[in-house]
Design a protein around this ligand. Structure first.
Ligand SMILES: [Ca+2]
Ligand SMILES: [Ca+2]
Ligand SMILES: [Ca+2]
Length: 264
């Protein structure tokens, strides 16, 4: 061996390695051939398992979607019932409000009527008060009224108009005290009593019927069927007489501080 040159030793070592590699390849080649057919089964199993997992996943997704959809349907039904209930409640409230509105409208109309009537009465009283104040020094107070006496000759209607112009009306005799008060003035005058609207049905100028009477004997006579206005003839206890309304006489105006309908 020592006699072998360097080139021969190298060739020998190459041959040894190649022989060793060939042996190694011959040992391993059959094993690789047998392993190729055996590795297909795990891959197929893995593929099937993957498919099963995918199928299971899809199934789960479908079940979840079905569950969610069903739950949404239930939620929708409950919400629909809730909304219907609210609609019913709102409808009832609307009907109640409608009734309340109608009642309030009727009350408003009634209040407006009352207010208008009160305003009209107040305005009338105001105008009467102004007229009364302008002639106050000519008036005489007795009881709860002011009285204006005049002997100027006018018809019953003219006399009444004069009283109205003064914010008052012809006198209404409500008591024996008022009768005696007027009697003491000793004036022949018109009083606010007439049966012009219905013969024999004597009424005061405010529309009230007689509550106390002081007719002279045999009066009211309605002489010539045309005596519809009452005069006051002083100096007797019974002083009233009906005469023609177109006759001339003095008159008495009365401005009550209390309205006649408030006197009981
Ligand atoms: Ca009176
Ligand atoms: Ca008459
Ligand atoms: Ca008469």
């Amino acid at each position: 061996m020592a006699e072998l040159d360097r080139g021969e030793r190298v060739e020998m070592m190459v041959d040894i390695y190649e022989s060793a590699g060939a042996v190694t390849l011959q040992d391993t080649r059959p094993q690789r051939t047998g392993g190729k057919s055996g590795s297909r089964r795990p891959r197929l199993a893995a593929l099937c398992l993957g498919l099963l997992c995918a199928l299971l996943l899809i199934t789960n997704i479908l079940l979840y979607m079905h569950y969610v959809h069903g739950k949404e349907n239930l939620d929708f039904t409950a919400e629909r019932e809730s909304l219907l209930s609210r609609i019913r409640n709102l409808t009832e409230e609307r009907d109640q409000l409608k009734n309340s509105y109608q009642n309030l409208t009727e009350e408003k109309i009634q209040l407006n009527k009352t207010l208008t009537e009160n305003y009209r009465n107040l305005h009338t009283t105001y105008i009467k008060s102004l007229a009364m104040l302008s002639h106050l020094k000519e008036w005489e107070k007795f009881g709860s009224s002011y009285y204006y006496f005049t002997s100027e000759g006018k018809t019953w209607s003219e006399a009444r108009q004069d009283c109205r112009d003064r914010g008052a009306d012809l006198v209404i005799i409500n008591s024996i005290e008022e009768q005696e008060f007027i009697n003491k003035k000793n004036k022949y005058v018109w009083i606010g009593l007439s049966d012009a609207e219905a013969e024999g049905q004597w009424k005061w100028v405010d529309g009230s019927p007689l509550t106390i009477e002081f007719w002279k004997d045999h009066e009211p006579s309605n002489t010539d069927a045309n005596e519809d206005c009452a005069t006051f003839n002083p100096n007797t206890q019974k002083t009233w007489n009906d005469i023609h309304c177109s006759c001339k006489a003095g008159w008495i105006c009365e401005f009550p501080l209390i309205y006649p309908q408030e006197i009981h």
